[in-house]
Write a protein of this length. Structure first.
Length: 352
């Protein structure tokens, strides 16, 4: 939860509409659930972050930095300025800024971040802070995105019942984290194990977790929660309800973190053959007919299907004609037989 600005100076923002306004620029503090504090700078200059707002750690591509080619330079600024560098005299000398206070150093760092994050036309009000901002913007190299303070990769797995689902790999800077499956999973007999099938209650960076689902377990889901205490890496982004109020980590104490992964297992679908002597069901017959039709399909049939016709039409017509002719023959035979009997009787009478 964001506590608000703690160490800051002032900056002058020139908006695209030509308006000019003075805004605060500097370090925020954020309290982490379960203990710990973070120091952060704002990412976007559009609006001031609101105190008592809840934030969630996220990757760069889930924040204002998504697709921003300057994101790596922002991380460089964070690693090479206040508060990571507490030697303000040395920082001022490198920047040619005269004398820096914590407030002017924070303001100059924030201004440099705003310029890199969204190209804002902003200057620090304090001359020393402005020189620091110019120095940081000019000197910034590029650093890669830092890893999450605690993560599970992937966050979701699936597979058949009676097997081990996974692996889910732990990513953490902590020496050890706790592993806790949810109560519903435990009640179903689902266990969280390592690759050898041994139950896991703790893990480290790179550990692989599996969900062991006993045979016969009904369709369902399970989750595992991994918790630990570690520092959030500098450069990690925290997002709130409004994207413009995203925060980027400049410093961290040991902080409690927790992350969850899920597993899902569907029952395998088994096709049941009909008992001996039973006719196949309509569904089975339809499926068989569909399979036969698919096997016999041709490119011509596929093209005709869109117009409501079919390549099978001539065959059906031929069969229909054949059945009509056959029916006519049967009728003629039936009609001929009584006439033959009458003629035979007439011949017999005349011979007597």
């Amino acid at each position: 939860m964001l506590d608000g600005l703690k160490t800051y100076g002032q900056a002058v923002l020139r908006a695209k509409d030509g308006s000019v306004r003075q805004i605060p620029a500097g370090l925020y503090e954020m309290r982490v659930d379960g203990g710990g504090m973070l120091q952060t700078y704002g990412v976007g200059v559009a609006g001031n972050a609101l105190p008592q707002t809840r934030y969630t750690e996220t990757a760069w591509n889930g924040s204002l930095l998504a697709g921003n080619g300057e994101a790596g330079r922002i991380r460089w600024v964070l690693e090479h300025s206040y508060p990571q560098l507490n030697d303000l005299a040395g920082l001022a000398k490198a920047a040619g800024a005269g004398a820096l206070t914590a407030e002017s150093a924070a303001a100059g760092t924030q201004v440099a971040i705003w310029r890199l994050a969204d190209g804002a036309q902003v200057e620090a009000a304090d001359p020393a802070a402005e020189k620091l901002a110019d120095y940081l913007q000019r000197s910034a190299g590029r650093l890669p995105e830092p890893p999450a303070s605690l993560g599970l990769d992937p966050s979701s797995v699936s597979g058949p019942v009676g097997s081990r689902l996974g692996p889910v790999t732990v990513r953490t800077g902590a020496q050890s984290v706790t592993v806790t499956p949810d109560a519903a999973a435990v009640a179903m007999g689902v266990r969280v194990v390592d690759a050898e099938g041994r139950p896991l209650t703790t893990a480290g960076n790179g550990s692989r977790l599996y969900f062991e689902v006993p045979a016969g377990t009904p369709d369902g889901t399970a989750s595992v929660t991994v918790q630990g205490s570690t520092k959030v890496p500098v450069g990690r982004v925290f997002t709130g309800e409004l994207p413009a109020q995203a925060q980027i980590v400049a410093g961290s104490s040991e902080s409690a973190s927790a992350v969850t992964a899920n597993a899902v297992w569907p029952q395998p679908v088994v096709a049941q053959a009909p008992a001996t002597g039973e006719a196949p069901s309509l569904t089975e017959a339809s499926a068989a007919a569909a399979a036969a039709a698919a096997a016999a399909s041709s490119p011509d049939e596929e093209r005709l299907a869109t117009s409501g016709s079919s390549a099978a039409t001539p065959v059906i017509a031929s069969l229909a004609v054949g059945l009509v002719v056959l029916g006519g023959l049967v009728v003629l035979l039936l009609r001929k037989r009584p006439l033959d009997e009458e003629e035979d009787q007439a011949q017999g009478a005349s011979s007597k």
